[in-house]
Design a protein around this ligand. Structure first.
Ligand SMILES: CC(C)(COP(=O)(O)OP(=O)(O)OC[C@H]1O[C@@H](n2cnc3c(N)ncnc32)[C@H](O)[C@@H]1OP(=O)(O)O)[C@@H](O)C(=O)NCCC(=O)NCCS
Length: 86
């Protein structure tokens, strides 16, 4: 579930978490018991906060290849389960 707002001036206005919430509602209405997102950069507190505001919790850290040759970073895997929804 990658989420990206192109205009920097529109960050921090609640749009990202609103989109995450809508996608989550769709997934749960479609019968999902849990939803994972795997694209939360370890050093991206804004993104993590947007997911946390929607009830997601960190469940794992994965090493991923990014950008140039041999460049690795960590992404956080976050999870929301149906029963924990608020
Ligand atoms: C990540 C992204 C989708 C989040 O959407 P958004 O609309 O900016 O996020 P929201 O406004 O819903 O929530 C952001 C929260 O992070 C908080 N925040 C911002 N910068 C922060 C920082 N440096 N440290 C901690 N929290 C921070 C905001 O205060 C807000 O929390 P609050 O409502 O409790 O005050 C958007 O910023 C974006 O597209 N960024 C560029 C692309 C990207 O990084 N995508 C993520 C990879 S998929």
């Amino acid at each position: 579930m990658p989420v990206c707002i192109g205009e920097k001036s529109e960050w921090n206005k609640g749009y990202g978490s609103e989109v995450i919430q809508l996608l989550m509602d769709y997934a749960f209405e479609d019968g999902a018991d849990r939803v994972f997102a795997c694209s939360v950069g370890e050093h991206n507190p804004r993104c993590l906060r947007a997911f946390e505001k929607c009830g997601f919790r960190i469940v794992r850290k994965v090493k991923v290849r990014k950008g140039g040759k041999g460049k690795w970073e960590c992404d956080l895997v976050v999870e929301q389960i149906r029963q924990r929804r608020h």
